[in-house]
Design a protein around this ligand. Structure first.
Ligand SMILES: [Zn+2]
Length: 318
């Protein structure tokens, strides 16, 4: 491939990139369109060649898993328990002071409900989500709701805690979005981010069949630790913690797509990969697998990142 047609990395601007995969929506079968993902040999980001910005309603079908209220099976209960442990630690940093929270991609506000149950001094809770159906539940639980992508959201309220869990990989300009969020935050505020790790074992192992971390065509820019740090540079936010956490969903989706390619199982529009009966079992198995590997220092398939607002964005320094 000549240099001319090599795609430029949206994170570090390097042209030293190679094709990671050609694939289509194998999870929800929303269309037959083939998308190309490239990976940057300089910062290890993986990115889609064209952002399907105009196709949001097509690529997020009405049965999209984060839009649906899920039954609380064992895997979800364990996840909720682990989430609570993480949030207790983060919330302790606010020292019982009153806080405002913004959950981007927060759906019905279920996570805000959990946080309110463990931190008594929460003032304003705001959800931003593209799922209009979540509005009613969110508002009935006392959350403010903005229907639309984060890029369109404006707020007079300043936030102390911003949640972007499995969100930043869905947007076309992660750095621009971080700059936008930083302006809506109080000094000392915290942003919590969960996002796939391109340097994980599953990203390498399933490269030639289908890596669930691509969540094609819904994940647009995926990060390594290096590329994430580059994205945050000079935004007024600072990386205060990065740790690797289990990425059971990506393993599970990857395994099921491989089984489907081998003809062992069937994925349909009506029953996308996320609703296959093997999913809970695979989630438990791979969460355990990543948890054990993580204990030995493996860079598992998701990163959990804490950013702090230091009050020195580029604009303020000038
Ligand atoms: Zn790069």
């Amino acid at each position: 491939m000549s240099d001319k047609i090599k795609k430029q990395c949206p994170v570090c601007e390097s042209r030293d990139t190679t094709v990671y995969a050609h694939t289509k929506d194998l999870e929800y079968l929303t269309s037959d369109e083939v998308y190309t993902y490239h990976n940057c040999n300089s910062c290890a980001s993986i990115f889609i060649d064209k952002f399907p910005i105009a196709k949001l309603s097509e690529i997020y079908p009405s049965n999209y898993y984060s839009f649906k209220v899920q039954k609380k099976n064992l895997a979800l209960r364990v996840k909720e328990y682990l989430d609570k442990r993480v949030f207790k630690k983060v919330l302790a940093e606010f020292d019982k002071k009153p806080i405002n929270i913004l959950d981007i991609g927060g759906g019905s506000g279920w996570l805000l409900d959990i946080i309110k149950s463990i931190y008594s001094n929460v003032n304003i809770t705001q959800v931003v989500d593209i799922d209009e159906n979540a509005k009613q539940i969110a508002e009935s639980n006392g959350h403010l709701f903005f229907h639309g992508p984060i890029e369109h959201f404006e707020s007079e309220t300043k936030f102390d805690l911003v949640l972007m869990l499995n969100l930043i990989e869905h947007i076309s300009d992660p750095r621009g979005t971080l700059l936008q969020i930083e302006k809506m935050m109080n000094k000392g505020g915290i942003v919590l981010i969960k996002t796939p790790n391109t340097e994980s074992l599953d990203a390498r192992f399933f490269k030639n069949s289908y890596w669930g971390g691509l969540h094609c065509p819904r994940h647009w820019i995926l990060f390594s630790q290096k590329s994430f740090r580059l994205t945050v540079d000079n935004t007024g936010l600072e990386v205060s913690k990065i740790k690797y956490t289990q990425g059971a969903p990506f393993w599970a989706w990857s395994v099921l797509i491989r089984m489907q390619k081998a003809g062992w199982i069937k994925i349909t529009k009506e029953r996308p990969v996320m609703y296959h009966p093997l999913i809970p079992l695979l989630h438990i198995f791979f969460a355990g697998f990543d948890f054990i590997r993580g204990a030995f220092g493996a860079k598992t398939s998701q990163m959990f990142i804490e950013l702090k607002k230091n009050g020195k964005s580029d604009q303020e320094k000038l």
